[in-house]
Design a protein around this ligand. Structure first.
Ligand code: SAH
Ligand code: SF4
Ligand code: F3S
Length: 439
């Protein structure tokens, strides 16, 4: 059979990575093989992110470049999916007329019907909101050949933080059924993945819509599966972290000592305007509790610089929070106004771009300092590394992997150890990684 070729460019978060793997799984049932080179493809798709204006712009500039290829290849089909697709729907055809289909985040399982229509010359837009979760319709998932496997366990978000577009692009929060998740985890382990990362915008609110089944129980059920593998979960909403969940992380051997708990701002006043449901003090208490209960835990966070109305003093509270709560690493971003969100309307409170950029730089510097400080704690310690990749760098062979507490470790070794658990002694600590020597 003459297989067709699809190339998907994935932008944004792990949720999109997971959706791409599902879409490739579906397409493989309809005679499409994945290719790494977009030039070889009959079908080009971009899985988009709209968290910031820049991410959205990136998607449209890629589409523009792809659109030009239609001149030489009139049979080429182009699709846009993901969060920008969900948000803009048919408006995309006006801005990018060379696009053949727009597929939102709720309907990826309609891909077979959409591809059929598109190959018949139709233009399709499928962006209706559903209240369903991603079932597999029996098509399977074509996972990237990485050590880790992403499994989304909740979809959507109900929190409506005033800066954030996700509740509009991903819809209401819903939990996938435990049996479906466990089946997907077993399949991933059988394919050779050594780590499962459970995904959700608020992973710790998993199960609020199920009967008596929460994240802690799911972790227990996954931990009971056979094999040597690790389990992680991201992203935790601070006030949804229960004592039971923390204790589960302590008790279960496969669940790693790592929490990603975005704080967003160190100022209680700003947090209120962001519609985050905690104060600086409450966040501090939660982090302290996690640190006290889980030895060697890594706690990472997200922060936004220059939220509308943020004063210099309030920004300094963010810097001091990173120190006070000893956050090991943080993703930082300059505030970007997003369509439909509440904060985007506070134009008169917008922080000027130059001030925002300057705060963003200072925030980065702080994160860098603290990351090094955090890494130095592990000097001379023995740690278990799960190797993720093997490559040559400046004439030396390196294995790179992660510790249980999510620290990146480089190990100089001629042998490819990808997928193996190795015990190393930490010989050097840099800002973004550790060096390890095999014991
Ligand atoms: N559900 C997670 C965050 C998902 S979005 C949580 O509640 O923490 C990932 C990160 O993008 C956020 O943590 C936030 O720091 C950043 N972000 C979201 N909207 C943004 C915006 N409008 N401008 C800048 N950064 C934003
Ligand atoms: Fe966005 Fe807030 Fe939901 Fe996170 S919790 S996805 S920041 S609305
Ligand atoms: Fe971006 Fe959508 Fe993820 S907006 S961060 S791809 S949920």
């Amino acid at each position: 059979m003459n297989m067709k070729k699809v190339y998907i460019e994935t932008m944004g978060c792990q949720m999109n990575k997971s959706d791409t793997e599902r879409m490739l799984g579906i397409l493989s049932n309809f005679d499409y093989d994945e290719v790494d080179n977009p030039k070889e493809a009959d079908l080009l798709m971009v899985n988009t992110c709209s968290i910031r204006q820049l991410s959205e712009d990136k998607a449209f500039s890629l589409l523009g470049a792809w659109g030009k290829r239609k001149k030489d290849n009139p049979n080429l089909k182009i699709g846009i999916c993901g969060c920008v697709a969900q948000q803009k729907a048919e408006k995309i055809f006006k801005r990018a007329p060379y696009v053949d289909f727009v597929l939102g985040t709720h309907n990826i399982y309609k891909l077979p019907e959409i591809i059929k229509a598109v190959n018949n010359g139709d233009k399709v837009c499928e962006c209706t909101e559903t209240h369903q979760t991603a079932d597999t319709r029996g098509f399977g998932i074509k996972r990237a050949k990485t050590v880790n496997a992403w499994i989304n366990i909740t979809e959507g978000c109900n929190n409506f933080c005033t800066y954030c577009i996700v509740p509009y692009t991903r819809g209401r929060e819903r939990s996938r059924l435990p049996e479906v998740i466990i089946r997907e985890a077993k399949a991933a382990l059988a394919e050779g993945h050594k780590e499962i990362t459970l995904l959700g915008q608020n992973v710790d609110s998993y199960g609020k819509d199920l009967k008596n089944y929460r994240l802690a129980q799911l972790l227990r059920d996954l931990n009971a599966l056979d094999g040597n593998f690790r389990i992680r979960f991201v992203t935790s909403y601070p006030t949804d972290i229960t004592d039971e969940l923390i204790q589960t992380v302590v008790d279960l051997d496969k669940v790693c000592e790592y929490f990603h708990i975005p704080m967003q701002s160190g100022s209680s006043d700003v947090l209120k305007k962001m519609n985050r449901r905690y104060t600086r003090e409450m966040y501090g208490e939660i982090v302290k509790k996690v640190r006290n209960m889980v030895p060697d835990v890594t706690i990472t966070s997200d922060f936004i610089a220059g939220f509308p109305g943020e004063t210099e003093e309030q920004f300094q509270e963010t810097l001091s929070a990173i120190d006070e709560f000893e956050l090991d690493y943080c993703n930082v971003a300059a505030y970007s106004p997003r369509e439909k969100t509440v904060a985007a309307k506070w134009v008169d409170k917008f922080v000027p771009d130059n001030v925002k950029d300057e705060r963003f730089q200072r925030l980065n510097k702080k994160v860098q300092e603290n990351c090094l400080k955090s890494n130095l704690k592990y000097l001379n310690r023995n740690m278990e590394v799960l190797v993720e990749s093997f490559y040559e760098h400046k004439g030396k062979f390196i294995n790179t992997g992660k510790t249980r507490n999510n620290k990146t470790v480089h190990i100089a070794c001629d042998k490819d150890l990808t997928g193996q658990f190795v015990n190393v002694k930490i010989s050097n600590a840099k800002t973004w990684y550790l060096n390890g020597v095999i014991e």
